[in-house]
Design a binder for this molecule. Structure first.
Ligand code: NAD
Length: 499
């Protein structure tokens, strides 16, 4: 049985709380490791050590910090296969998808190499007689990242690149369900030249998170996970004066217009709905065909595609479209929700329950389910299922489809499939959703744009990665200076123009 410890002060460090959590192999259902769960005292000590280490790191010039990122890119590329193997074994996603998880994180580290440019302030000379004014971006100090199970490499790297390159120390509290890859990332950062203590990986559950939220040292919290926890963390972090950005769950709609290429739309829906077993915050979970003819044809095209999906362990290689879900509890919840859809009157066109795979009978596999004639009052429509389940809600018009997406409480991502530029442009402009795809089902912005949802999918200010991340992890200071100081004006009692 593997023991997964914290990563403190540059090395693996066994926890002292006496509490651990089971880490499963979701494909076999076996417990493959035990991860330490931090106590409040352990978390406080890790934070104090980070605060000490941050002083020198914050004073290191940005170009040197950028060199650590540069080296990190090489190391992530070097170890990608090794990390993807571990990632798949703890998460369950396919090997190519695990590599994608690391790749999309690596791209933010590449972006962070631009720190010297991104951290530049503004300057104006001659704002008044002998007066110059400039702004600078300074690190916050110690910041925390609390991350979900579904992207155990990408989301920690999204936080670490900008936060570290800006000169902060980071407490990373990864998901306790797949904790090994974050430790591997920390070891690579050390090899890349990051000083000990600047990145502390502290494993844990609510006790560790609450210690972060109540700490007076932590200056900012970046969270990604489910909406109830995002809201909880946002409120508790803000109550102690921390900067917080907390990204939550999703229910992403894809609108299919009558003029869309329906084969392309059906392929996109199958990939975006069932890829990674639907455990993506950008998964499409609702298809909204516009018009009866579009809906009938779309269902006709979807059914054989969904029935053909290959579900299996990551070890089966390219023969698998998606793997198991993360825990037995997740499987049970998904199957309960499918039953609720049936009970509430939706048409279950493909039933993925009671899926069993020879040799993997104890794995957490869920077959793909497809619903037609779902209505907005149903639990399967309102709830984020986070599993391989696609719901079809039929709309009579574009306006009805748009309203549907806009009225949903989540606003992470959305997509429209159409050949009509006017409709696509109108949709992108009017919808109240953070990320929009036009004939692109999963519109995850690249590293140099920003990622973030609206409504109940995101609390706080500024998005992840891109320029926003550098703003989130720095504070602006503005300096007004007068040289030569020999200019004599006498005492001034009123605000006035500088000229
Ligand atoms: P989760 O909310 O259960 O856990 C996220 C983190 O919060 C973990 O580190 C966990 O240890 C911690 N946590 C869990 N319960 C807690 C509690 N009661 N108090 C304090 N901390 C707690 O989420 P998950 O199941 O790991 O991830 C899936 C969710 O994340 C989905 O809802 C998905 O949509 C969302 N997600 C959102 C985005 C986004 O950018 N919006 C990206 C990825 C995942």
């Amino acid at each position: 049985m593997r023991a997964i410890h914290h990563w403190l002060d540059g090395k693996e460090t066994a926890g002292t709380s006496g509490r651990t959590a089971d880490v499963y192999n979701p494909a076999t259902g076996e417990v493959q490791g035990k991860v330490d769960l931090s106590s409040k005292a352990e978390m406080d000590a890790a934070i104090a050590a980070a605060a000490k280490a941050q002083v020198a790191w914050g004073a290191t010039n940005p170009q040197r910090r950028a060199r650590v990122m540069m080296k990190m890119v090489d190391l992530l590329n070097r170890d990608m296969d090794k990390m993807a193997e571990v990632l798949s074994s703890e998460h369950g996603k396919t090997f190519p998808d695990a590599k994608g998880d690391i790749q999309r994180g690596l791209e933010v580290i590449e972006y962070a190499i631009g720190a010297p440019q991104l951290l530049k302030g503004e300057f104006i000379d001659g704002a008044g007689p002998g007066i110059d004014m400039y702004s600078m971006r300074q690190p916050l100090g110690v910041v925390a990242a609390i991350t979900p199970f579904n992207f155990p490499a990408m989301i920690p790297l999204w936080k670490l690149g900008p936060a570290l390159a800006s000169g902060n120390a980071v407490i990373l509290k990864p998901s306790e369900r797949d904790p090994s890859v974050p430790n591997m990332i920390a070891a690579l950062f050390k090899e890349a030249g990051l000083p000990d203590g600047v990145l502390q990986v502290v494993h844990g559950d609510k006790e560790a998170v609450d210690a972060i939220l109540d700490s007076e040292v932590i200056q900012a919290v970046g969270f990604v996970g489910s909406t109830p926890i995002a809201q909880y963390i946002y409120e508790r972090a803000a109550a102690t004066g921390k900067r917080a950005q907390c990204f939550g769950g999703a229910k992403n709609h894809m609108i299919i217009m009558p003029d869309a290429d329906l084969d392309q739309a059906a392929d996109a829906l199958v990939g975006a709905g069932y890829g990674a077993a639907g455990e993506r915050c950008m998964a499409i979970s609702v298809a909204v065909p516009v018009g009866k003819e579009t809906a009938d044809k779309l269902i006709e095209k979807l059914v054989p595609r969904v029935e053909k999906l290959k579900v299996g362990p990551y070890t089966a290689g390219d023969d698998v479209d998606y793997g198991p879900v993360v825990t037995a509890a997740a499987k049970k919840n998904i199957e309960r929700l499918v039953q609720s859809g049936v009970d509430q009157g939706a048409d279950l066109v493909v039933d993925g329950r009671n899926f069993s795979l020879q040799g993997y009978e104890n794995g957490f596999f869920v077959g793909p389910s497809l619903f037609d004639n779902v209505t907005p009052d149903m639990e399967i429509y309102k709830t984020e299922i986070f599993g391989p389940v696609l719901s079809t809600v039929r709309a009579e018009s574009y306006e009805e489809a748009l309203k549907l997406a806009m009225d949903h409480e989540y606003g992470n991502g959305t997509a429209i499939f159409t050949r009509d530029g006017d409709t696509a442009r109108d949709f992108a402009s009017r919808c109240n959703i953070g990320m929009v795809g036009i004939n692109v089902p999963i519109p995850v912005p690249l590293a140099y744009f920003t990622f973030g949802g609206w409504k109940k999918s995101g609390f706080g200010d500024l998005n992840q990665h891109g320029p926003d991340a550098f703003r989130f992890y720095t504070r602006t200071k503005t300096v007004t200076s007068r040289w030569p100081s020999g200019i004599k004006e006498g005492a001034a009692f009123n605000f006035k123009a500088m000229d």
